[in-house]
Design a protein around this ligand. Structure first.
Ligand code: 4IP
Length: 118
C-alpha cells in the first residue's frame, strides 16, 4: 500500500547533492549576524565570506549533525538551526520558501548520509 510522506520526508526536487545560496548566520561566541555564501555538497556544508571566495571559513561534516529545524528563539524570520554536539548554528534565509528549501535539503543529507548517485 502506498503511504503518503510528509513534505519534510520527500526527496528534494532539485539536485539532492548540491545547494548553494546566501544565508545570514549567527556567530559563535560573539553573537553577530553575518551574511555568508553557503554550499551544501554531499555530506558537507561550507560557508564562505562571499560567493567568489575559494577558501571556506568553515566546513561541517553533516554526518556529525544531530538535526535541522526551524527556530523561533532568535527574533528573526525564516530562521533555522543546524545542531551539532559541539555547536548549534543559527541562520536565516530571506524568504520562508528558501529556509524550507535549506531545511529540506539538509534533512535529506542527514537522513541519507551515504546516498550515492551515478
Ligand atoms: C564574528 O563576529 C563573526 O560572526 C564570525 O562569523 C564568527 O565565527 C565569530 O564567532 C564572531 O566573533 P565579528 O566579525 O563581529 O567579530 P564568520 O566566521 O562567518 O565571519 P563563526 O565561528 O560563526 O564562523 P566566534 O565564535 O569566533 O566569536
Amino acid at each position: 500500500m502506498h503511504r503518503e510522506l510528509p513534505i519534510s520526508e520527500l526527496k528534494p526536487s532539485s539536485s539532492i547533492d548540491y545547494k548553494d545560496g546566501y544565508l545570514t548566520k549567527l556567530g559563535g561566541s560573539v553573537k553577530s549576524w553575518k551574511t555568508r555564501w553557503f554550499v551544501l555538497t554531499r555530506n558537507e556544508l561550507s560557508y564562505f565570506k562571499d560567493k567568489n571566495d575559494k577558501e571556506a571559513i568553515r566546513t561541517m561534516l553533516l554526518e556529525e549533525a544531530r538535526g535541522c529545524e526551524t527556530d523561533n528563539t532568535k527574533d528573526k524570520e525564516h530562521c533555522f538551526k543546524l545542531v551539532f554536539p559541539w555547536r548549534t548554528f543559527f541562520m536565516y534565509a530571506s524568504t520562508g520558501a528558501e529556509a524550507q528549501g535549506w531545511i529540506q535539503a539538509l534533512r535529506w543529507q542527514l537522513r541519507h548520509p551515504h546516498v550515492m548517485t551515478l
